[in-house]
Design a protein around this ligand. Structure first.
Ligand code: 5RP
Length: 222
């Protein structure tokens, strides 16, 4: 199976996972990226079974609307059972690096609201130790250089993702060569730097379940 086929398989598996729980008033939390897109496309066939979705990016919101799925502002919903999203890296504790698509802040917000975070990923994303994928950090634009200097003090090599402005008006620094011994500790530490909006470590709120696309089928890891 190609990587694209694995992504489609986990997108469908995520729909199968949540479908028994969908009710008329259900709101589904939807992430961002090529794997999340596979989930959206698979979800569309069941749009009559639930109320609508909250999206972690304008891009995903548009894709949902194109399928005829109503998209709600997060402030308009009380909560949701599931948030389904991909990851750039995920470890055995279901801690993740996310933000390759620059949607990390909204992803973290929607994930915080959801009762269960279902991560969908192909097997290339499962790692023993995170940090090969550069850690995205979203910053207030005027703080970019200051935050970059502080990240160097933490041992990282930040690179400005030129030309990218997030849905929140933020800029992205991709931090290479970080040694991530404790993801929870590093997540908190980076978020304490003035000017940081958030960073792409999802360790304080990890995934609850991973649907991993492998050559032997979709594995469920909890
Ligand atoms: C976007 C993300 C994505 O979930 C992550 O980049 C994985 O994307 P893909 O499914 O395309 O590999 O965090 O900000």
């Amino acid at each position: 199976m190609t990587q694209d086929e694995l992504k489609k398989a986990v997108g469908q598996a995520a729909v199968d996972y949540i479908r028994p729980h969908l009710e008329d008033d259900s709101i589904v939390g939807v992430g961002t990226g090529s794997t999340a897109n596979c989930f959206i496309d698979a979800l569309a066939q069941y749009k009559h079974l639930f109320d609508g979705a909250v999206a972690s990016s304008e891009t995903s919101a548009q894709r949902l609307r194109d399928h005829g799925i109503p998209v709600y502002d997060l402030n308009a919903v009380d909560g949701m059972d599931f948030y389904i999203d991909g990851a750039d890296e995920i470890n055995e504790h279901l801690e993740m690096i996310k933000g390759g698509g620059a949607a990390l802040t909204r992803e973290k917000i929607v994930a915080a609201v959801a009762r269960e975070f279902v991560c969908v990923a192909d097997e290339s994303k499962l790692v023993e130790r995170m940090g090969t994928f550069p850690l995205p950090v979203e910053v207030i634009p005027m703080a970019r250089s200051f935050v970059a200097r502080e990240l160097v003090k933490l041992g990282g090599d930040p690179v400005y993702r030129e030309g990218v402005v997030t849905d929140n008006g933020g800029h992205i620094l991709d931090v290479h060569n970080l040694s991530i011994a404790s993801a929870m500790e590093l997540e908190s530490k980076i978020n304490q730097i003035t000017g940081v909006i958030t960073n792409g470590l999802f360790a304080l709120r990890p995934a609850n379940v991973l649907l991993l696309g492998t050559q032997d089928g979709v594995r469920t890891i909890k």
